[in-house]
Design a protein around this ligand. Structure first.
Ligand code: SAM
Length: 233
């Protein structure tokens, strides 16, 4: 499938800070879930300029001939909230250096620019529904909307403890058995790792965190309530 997906990277490269290997994993894992009939929506929380989500819609077109499942895109489009102690010293330092080239305007992505990118890729609101605003305002209504259909693929790419934990608390319970949750910042930021551990531990969940690819870039888990004796690892 990667031969089909790889050419899409250049179409969305300008609109995503996600590593190429991680983009390919994200798109491949979602297309495989669709292929395998795992029910539910596709959701990215923390889209920045939208490249990963738009790429997933294009990936569906390339693999299935159409956007089979819409990609819900949630972001403040105002950048990251302030980091706190749980996010660790690196996060606090990052936000204290607005002149650093890696600051990227605190991950701000103006909504009109994101809408223009969606248009330029010939994607529609029904294929990539964009829900602008802070997660505290946008996630609860999405949760209600998706309660019946559930979620097959959840990409959590919002860096800090508070938003990662909030998204997991609200949306992870909707993920279908066999579905995938990607923790983009697990290795990058202390807060994301802490939020993931706290969420799993607080809810007494045995999902195995998995590392993928050639480096410690992202982590993910497949939702599996318990491992049967003969289930593959
Ligand atoms: C690292 S960027 C996402 C990168 C993106 N997935 C890509 O493909 O490049 C993190 C995003 O999380 C968003 N974010 C973090 N906390 C948020 C919150 N509480 N509510 C809404 N958006 C949030 C920021 O606005 C930012 O765009």
């Amino acid at each position: 499938m990667d031969e089909i997906l790889r050419p899409l990277i250049e179409k969305v490269r300008h609109a995503s800070m996600v590593d190429e290997e991680a983009l390919l994993f994200s798109w491949r894992s979602a297309c495989e879930l669709i292929n395998d009939g795992v029910p539910g929506a596709l959701v990215e929380c923390g889209t920045w300029k939208g490249g990963c989500s738009f790429g997933l819609a294009l990936a569906q077109r390339a693999v299935f001939g159409r956007v089979v499942r819409p990609v819900y895109m949630l972001d403040s489009f105002e950048g990251l909230p302030p980091a706190d102690g749980r996010d660790g010293p690196a996060a606090i330092e990052y936000q204290s250096r607005p002149d650093d080239p890696g600051y990227l305007d605190n991950c701000r992505a103006p909504l009109p620019q994101v809408l223009a990118t969606r248009d330029s890729l010939s994607l529609s609101e029904s294929e990539c529904p964009i829900r602008p605003g802070w997660f505290s305002e946008t996630v609860p209504p999405l949760r209600s909307e998706l309660l019946a259909q559930g979620i097959a693929w959840l990409r959590v790419d919002c860096d800090w403890y508070a938003p990662v934990r909030f998204v997991l608390d609200e949306l992870e319970p909707l993920v279908a058995e066999g579905g995938v949750v990607i923790l983009d910042d697990y290795y990058a930021w202390d807060g994301c790792a802490r939020a993931a551990h706290d969420y799993l531990s607080h809810n007494d969940i045995p999902y195995r965190l998995r590392q993928e690819g050639s480096g410690f870039i992202w982590a993910w888990f497949r939702k599996q309530q318990s491992r049967g004796l003969s289930d593959p690892l």
